[in-house]
Each structure stands twice: as structure tokens, then as C-alpha cells.
Ligand binder design. Sequence first.
Ligand SMILES: [Zn+2]
Length: 191
Amino acid sequence: MNASATLPPVCPQCGQTDEVCRVSDLVHDEPDSLLAQKLAAPRSPRPAAVIGCATSFFATMVSISAAIFATGLTELTSSAPRTNLLFGVRDTSVFTGIITFLFVFVGVHAMFVWRQARASRYFRRAFSAWHHASERWQQLHYCARCNGVFLPGQTALTPVEQVQMLLYARRPPQQAATNPANAPPSGVEGG
Ligand SMILES: [Zn+2]
């Protein structure tokens, strides 16, 4: 036997290697099969949208609208004499409009910055989970006889339908139990 280096791991259910293959090979060879779709590689999360021109444009439009509204409202409700006119309206109204513009402009941007910070926090978490799942997926093997998947060293087979649970589990199940130091001695000679 010269293929010992690439020998697949033993299936934890049937104890054989003849029907075992790497899931990534299986998906690569027959990407359109139903099994390959069930065992497809974890999808990477989409990155959060960045604050760009559209955001600034939106903030400007909202701010201008708010400023015009505030100016008009102050002009209508103000009882101050129309002595100091600026652009045809009272200067207090113009002042109110400018202040409103600045506050709304900063406020809208702050809201977007806060939302983006939250989105990128979610993304980092999702990306980290996806990264671990991908690494685990590369190690995943499928036994055609038992119709289940397992990670090398795992003591139980996972049904194909529960592959996502296996990939995204906080820690791979039953890996500590396969430590060779804990295994019962099998080749001890009685003397
Ligand atoms: Zn098997």
C-alpha cells in the first residue's frame, strides 16, 4: 500500500474507509447534485455598506428641508418687527434655519455612523463564524454507506441534514474524547 498518506479517515459509524470521501472533493466533482447542494461550502457574509456620497447627499437634502421648514415656521410665529431683513426674511429666522441645518446634518450623519458601527460589528462576528465554519468544512468527510458527515477524530456521525449545526457549532463535538491517551489499551501483552 503506497496510498497511506492520503487514506481517508475511518467513518465513526461503520468503521470503514472505502465509502468515505472529502466533502470539498465531492462538491467540486458534482456541484449540481442534491447532496453537493446540501453539503455546499458555508457562504461568506456580505460586508456592511460604507458611508459614501449617497449618505452625504441624503443628509444634505434632509437638512435643507428641515432648515427651510424651521425658517418658515420661525418667520410665521415670530412677532419681532421686520427691521433687520436677511434674504427677505427676519434675520432671527435665518439664524434658526442655519442652526437647524447644522444640527440635522450632524444628527443624520451620526445616525449613519452609529448604524454602520453596529453593522460592522455584526459583520465581524458573522465573518469570524464563517471563517471557522469554512475551516471545519475543509476537514469534513462524507460516508456514502451511512449517509452522514464527520470531522476526523469525531466519534459520532452527523446526518447530512444537520451539517450546518456541525459547521457552526461553538466547538466540534466529541473531539476531546478521541485523545489517544484516553483510548483503552488494545495491544498490551500479557507476558
Ligand atoms: Zn460509514
